[in-house]
Ligand binder design. Structure first.
Ligand code: APR
Ligand code: PHB
Length: 389
């Protein structure tokens, strides 16, 4: 088997790249460890910058998104119950779009067969070979048989735990990491959202977030200890704690209901430099992780893929290698700015067990500054809607 680009991983990064390459007549095969059902059962964030919605439009796959998504022109902070609205559209002229990552993934998977985007599901033992030579190849096992795919380029879109990043020799990469001492307990419930915008709540007892997927589906989170477990959290306990942290003004609009999903996610900041080695190019979570505060994970994957698809297309069409050689440097410039924003919002809004009294006062002072200063609100707004490409 031979293809132009072998793509490892069928998350948003791999799917976007596969569709963009096929649109330009470049052949590709996506090799995914899980089944399509498993990929579509994963629940992730759902606040999209235009960098992400533009990709759906460019692919002509935005029909359902246009119909079912919700436009948000602001975000709300609740600071120990005090409401602060940041009118992001008034400030920046831009908005964000609420449409679940699962729905984006579904739209891209559904359109794959008719667009000639080939996906191999349930491939185990995926391995990358000769990535620093001109003829790399990928092998995997499926139904007891070993398969080999010869290729020209490899895109590592296989998330944080995939094999692609490991295929870059240690001497050629450096990782930067910060692990936070707490996680997010999230639930999904088929009840109307308590507010028309996303609420980020900073409370003495910890962070909480009120979000949504549709006018009838709510997604909410509370900060918990990193070693806590979902078994400790009945739905009733979750709703009580959530209402307490978002404050009485919002709590009175909360409709509670049984959870249809409940899980705890740890929080991490991570960046791997460089994102390329020979014929291998990393994109999305395989190269970097942001804590979910600010919902930048999917949007960063979309900006990586915007840069990478352009560079690959230019290389195949013109033989010019400059854009491909500069991919990592270009992508990292935007990644570090999003890392900074996600880290800043996380530090601002969460309770850190190790913080001294002085550090708590600094958090409070920063929040008061945010309430009173247009300049401070502007920095949040322009990062929230997404920095320019
Ligand atoms: N072989 C093949 N595929 C693999 C392997 C492997 N060994 N390991 C992981 N994968 C697959 C995963 O099953 C997953 O479908 O790679 C895919 C990676 O997808 P994501 O983790 O969604 O990463 P990415 O596409 O970069 O998307 C980034 O989406 O998932 C969110 O939190 C993430 O918001 C971020 C954004
Ligand atoms: C979500 O809807 O899941 C969500 C929204 C905003 C965030 C993080 C997650 O900052």
């Amino acid at each position: 088997m031979k293809t132009d680009v072998a793509i490892i991983g069928s998350g948003p990064s791999g799917l976007f790249l596969g569709h963009l390459l096929r649109q330009e007549g470049i052949s590709c095969t996506i090799i995914e460890r899980q089944s399509a059902e498993h990929v579509l059962s994963r629940i992730r964030a759902g606040v999209l910058e235009t960098v992400t919605t533009d990709l759906m439009t460019q692919l002509g796959l935005d029909e359902r998104m246009q119909k079912e998504s919700m436009r948000h022109d602001g975000l709300t902070l609740s600071i120990n119950g005090e409401e602060v609205v940041i009118p992001v559209t008034d400030i920046t002229g831009k908005h964000v779009t609420v449409y679940g990552q699962t729905e984006i993934t579904r739209d891209l998977i559904d359109a794959a067969p008719e667009r000639g985007v080939e996906i191999v599901w349930e491939a185990s033992d995926v391995a990358l070979h000769d990535v620093d030579r001109d003829n790399p190849y990928v092998t995997w096992t499926k139904d007891g048989e070993t398969h080999r795919l010869d290729t020209t380029l490899i895109a590592g879109c296989d998330g944080f735990h995939g094999p692609s990043r490991k295929a870059i020799p240690d001497a050629e990469k450096h990782s930067y990491e910060m692990v936070y001492p707490f996680g997010w307990l999230g639930i999904m419930a088929d009840v109307p959202p308590c507010h028309e915008e996303v609420i980020y709540a900073s409370h003495d007892d910890g962070f909480a977030l009120a979000s949504m997927r549709s006018p009838t589906r709510t997604r909410c989170y509370v900060q918990v200890d990193v070693d806590d477990s979902v078994e400790n959290w009945s739905d009733d306990r979750f709703w009580e704690e959530f209402k307490f942290r978002i404050g009485p003004h919002f709590a009175k609009h909360v409709t509670t209901g049984p959870s249809i999903e409940k899980s705890i996610a740890p929080l991490r900041s991570f960046v791997c430099e460089s994102m390329q080695h020979g014929r291998l190019f990393l994109a999305g979570d395989s190269a970097h992780i942001v804590p979910p505060t600010g919902a930048k994970g999917l949007n960063l994957a979309a900006s990586d893929i915007t840069y990478l698809s352009r560079a690959m297309i230019s290389w195949f069409k013109t033989g010019e290698s400059a854009e491909l050689e500069g991919y990592s440097q270009k992508a990292l410039a935007r990644i570090w700015k999003s890392e900074r924003f996600s880290w800043y919002l996380t530090r601002l809004l969460h309770r850190f067990p190790q913080y001294s009294g002085f550090e708590r006062r600094m958090q409070d002072a920063e929040l008061r500054y945010l309430v009173e200063s247009e300049a401070a609100q502007k920095t949040i707004a322009e990062n929230y809607v997404g920095l320019p490409l």
